[in-house]
Design a protein around this ligand. Structure first.
Ligand code: URA
Length: 200
């Protein structure tokens, strides 16, 4: 798909999300003057990173990973030799859940089709799941349910899968925020992140 078609298709997702009244998070978004966080980065990215849901900073700016987790993510990308502008960064859930709680099953289900469309448009070779929620969603989505294991075992592993446009890898990673709470995970994240580039 050429650049203009990709732009248009991604813009359509943005337009739909702006008026996504069906979402249980829509009212909370508008009451707080938050933005939906659609995603950002290269529309031709070979690597797509999928987080959970926006935090407060992200919802205020309408950009993924621009707060504390974003600072960690930027360091991890840099240490693995990956430029942030070369990848595409998004979340399963595109609106901020109140009080930074985990997204619910219902929220993940209602927003997941937007992520599916983003993947179909961008057609990445590697999809890196940042954290348990996106790992579980992506592994189920790409018929890897039988390989699912807790993130403490799955982190740093690449699972080969079949997308509509060809062979891809789903990579399971700890969420960058995990290393804010547990500094011991930082070195694990640094070494796990190196796998992403080795697969493209
Ligand atoms: N955590 C996420 O999972 N996504 C963001 O965009 C920010 C923090």
């Amino acid at each position: 798909m050429e650049a203009e078609k990709r732009n248009d298709a991604l813009k359509k997702i943005k337009d739909e999300l702006l008026v996504f009244k069906k979402s249980p998070l829509y009212k909370y978004r508008t009451e707080n003057k938050y933005f939906p966080v659609i995603g950002e980065g290269s529309h031709f990215a070979k690597i797509v990173l999928v987080g959970e849901a926006p935090g407060k900073n992200e919802a205020l700016q309408g950009r993924p990973f621009c707060g504390a987790s974003g600072r960690v993510l930027n360091q991890l990308l840099e240490s693995s030799g990956t430029k942030r502008e070369d990848v595409y960064i998004t979340n399963i859930v595109k609106d901020r859940p109140p009080e930074n709680r985990d997204p619910t099953e219902e929220e993940k289900k209602i927003y997941a089709p937007f992520l599916d469309r983003q993947i179909e448009i961008i057609q990445p070779k590697v999809i890196a799941a940042l954290g348990r929620h996106s790992m579980e969603y992506l592994m189920n989505r790409f018929n890897l349910a039988d390989k699912l294991e807790p993130i403490s075992y799955a982190h740093g592993k690449a699972f080969e899968a079949k997308a509509s446009y060809g062979r891809i890898y789903i990579v399971a990673l700890y969420h960058p925020a995990a290393s804010i709470y547990n500094i011991n995970l930082r070195s694990t994240l640094v070494s796990d992140f190196k796998i992403i580039n080795s697969l493209v």
